[in-house]
Design a protein around this ligand. Structure first.
Ligand code: HEC
Length: 154
């Protein structure tokens, strides 16, 4: 086998046996709440990304597309929280113990996100581009503020 052939094989092996290629613990919980909430958070990022690029003038503003993303994010904003069950603080989670130790603060941070996401979706219908940019920044601050309190880096 030539060099690039063996590289491709190695890559394929990694994809097929993913846990063997990083040092993260596997989610062995029968309902896999950690895996499922992390998938939702990844969707947060994917949904927010085009709006973030509009806010930084890296993508032209298209109201129809922006509105669709804003509505998707509003829907998503309520979803991960019920997956933080009392028995779901185990590796590979990146959640801090504060999620379970400070439930009222955690709840307030969820509410802040949902409020910002609703505000953005409402504004997206006819708000000015400047107002939308400000609302995107506001929303991103609520992601960061919760992560600072409740998520470990990496
Ligand atoms: C109320 C708190 C809170 C808010 C608000 C929040 N997050 Fe998170 N986020 C978390 C916690 C806690 C985790 C760690 C989850 C885990 O590993 O179990 C996390 C994890 C993530 C991850 C990593 C997923 C992975 O693969 O491990 C991404 C990406 C992410 N959040 C994006 C966002 C974005 C984008 C927003 C804003 C639109 C946001 N989050 C808002 C609490 C929050």
């Amino acid at each position: 086998m030539n060099f690039s052939g063996s590289r491709i094989l190695l890559l394929l092996t990694c994809v097929l046996t993913l846990p063997a290629c990083n040092d993260e613990a596997q989610d062995t919980h029968p309902d896999q709440p950690v895996t499922h909430r992390r998938q939702l958070f990844k969707q947060f990022t994917r949904t927010l990304e085009p709006m973030g690029m509009v806010a930084r003038d890296r993508l032209p503003f298209n109201r129809t597309e922006f509105l669709a993303s804003a509505r998707d994010l509003q829907q998503l904003a309520g979803k991960p929280w019920s997956l933080f069950t009392p028995d779901s603080n185990y590796p590979p989670t990146h959640a801090k113990p504060e999620v379970w130790l400070k439930p009222f603060e955690f709840k307030a941070a969820q509410q802040a996100l949902q409020d910002k996401a609703s505000a953005l979706a409402a504004l997206a219908r006819e708000g000015s581009l400047d107002d939308l940019k400000a609302a995107v920044n506001d929303l991103q601050r609520s992601c960061k503020s919760c992560h600072d309190q409740f998520r470990n880096d990496s």
